[in-house]
Design a protein around this ligand. Structure first.
Ligand code: SAM
Length: 273
C-alpha cells in the first residue's frame, strides 16, 4: 500500500535521479547565484547566517530532517566543521548526498539514513546539538509529534531551525492549493500555529524571520533559468512535465508577490528539562 511518505517520495524521486547532472547544476547556479546542491528555497547566504543561529562549531552534531541530496547539510559541515546526520525518505536523494560528501571529503563526518519523518526519529535522547528542517515540515502529518521528537533528541540548550514555505497570509484558491501541493501531501497553516505548537512541544521560540522575498526571487530565477534551457529540460521532463513545473513556479511567484503564502524561518531552543 502507498503511504503518504511514498507519494511525496515518488514526486521527489524523478527530480533526484538527475540532481547532479550538468544541466541541473547549471540551473541552480543561474537561479540561486551559488549552487550548493539545495532542493528548497534556501540560499548559501541564508545558511551562512543560520550557522551562527544554530551555534555550529567543530564539536557540534547537526541533524538535518528531510536533508534531500544533503546540499545544505554538507555546506554547513564544510563551513563550520560540524558533523552531520541526514534523514530523508528518498533513497535516491541520500545516494546523491553520499556522493556529494565523498567528493568533498566529508564522508567520515556524515551519516545518512532512509527514514520516514512521520515516525519516531531513530536517534537516542539528547544526542544532537542542533537540528534543522528546510522546507520539509509542510510535508509532515503531525507537527506536535514531530516537534516533540525533535525536542527529545536535542541535548541541553540545543537549537532547532526550520523554514515553513506554506504559512497562509492571504486568500488562496483551491486551484492554487492543488498546484502548490504537486510534490504530494502538503499542510498549509495559519500564522501563529507553528509558534503555539513549538511551545507545546517544549521548544522556546527565539526568533522568526519572513523569508518570502527569497522564495519569490528564487522561484523567478528558477523559472527564467528553465526557460533559457527549455529544450534540454523538455528532453528530461517531456513538454507536459516542463509546462507543469513552470506552472508550479509561476504560482509560487504569484502567491508570494501578493503576500498570500509566506515562507517563515523559526529558531527555537529546547527548554531546560
Ligand atoms: C523541498 S525538499 C528539501 C530538501 C533539503 N532540505 C534541501 O533544502 O535541499 C523536501 C524533502 O523532504 C523529504 N520528505 C518529505 N516527506 C518526508 C517524510 N515523511 N519523511 C522523510 N522525508 C520526507 C523529501 O524526500 C525531500 O527530500
Amino acid at each position: 500500500m502507498n503511504t503518504p511518505a511514498d507519494s511525496v517520495q515518488q514526486s521527489y524521486q524523478s527530480l533526484y535521479d538527475n540532481f547532479d547532472s550538468p544541466l541541473m547544476s547549471q540551473l541552480r547556479l543561474e537561479a540561486y547565484g551559488e549552487d550548493i546542491g539545495q532542493h528548497s528555497w534556501v540560499t548559501a547566504e541564508d545558511l551562512r547566517c543560520d550557522a551562527g543561529r544554530l551555534r555550529l562549531t567543530q564539536a557540534a552534531r547537526l541533524l538535518d530532517l528531510g536533508c534531500g541530496p544533503c546540499g545544505p547539510l554538507t555546506f554547513l559541515m564544510k563551513t563550520t566543521g560540524c558533523s552531520g546526520i541526514g534523514f530523508d525518505s528518498s533513497g535516491a536523494a541520500l545516494s546523491v548526498g553520499r556522493r556529494r560528501a565523498q567528493s568533498q571529503c566529508l564522508d567520515d563526518r556524515l551519516t545518512v539514513c532512509e527514514t520516514d519523518l512521520d515516525s519516531a526519529l531513530p536517534v537516542a535522547t539528547g544526542m544532537v546539538d542542533a537540528a534543522m528542517a528546510l522546507d520539509v515540515i509542510l510535508h509532515l502529518r503531525d507537527r506536535l509529534r514531530t516537534f516533540t521528537e525533535i525536542a527529545r533528541v536535542l541535548g541541553e540548550s540545543g537549537r532547532f531551525l526550520f523554514t515553513d514555505a506554506a504559512v497562509v497570509t492571504g486568500a488562496i484558491s483551491s486551484e492554487e492549493v492543488a498546484i502548490r501541493s504537486m510534490h504530494g501531501f502538503t499542510q498549509f497553516c495559519a500564522p501563529g500555529f507553528n509558534e503555539r505548537t513549538l511551545e507545546q512541544a517544549g521548544l522556546t521560540l527565539l526568533e522568526t524571520e519572513d523569508r518570502t522575498y527569497g522564495m519569490l526571487s528564487n522561484a523567478n530565477g528558477r523559472m527564467e533559468a528553465r526557460l533559457r534551457h527549455q529544450a534540454e529540460c523538455e528532453q528530461l521532463e517531456g513538454a507536459q512535465g516542463f509546462a507543469r513545473y513552470q506552472g508550479y513556479l509561476e504560482s509560487i511567484v504569484s502567491l508570494s508577490r501578493r503576500g498570500a503564502l509566506s515562507r517563515v524561518m523559526y529558531l527555537v531552543q529546547v527548554r531546560a528539562r
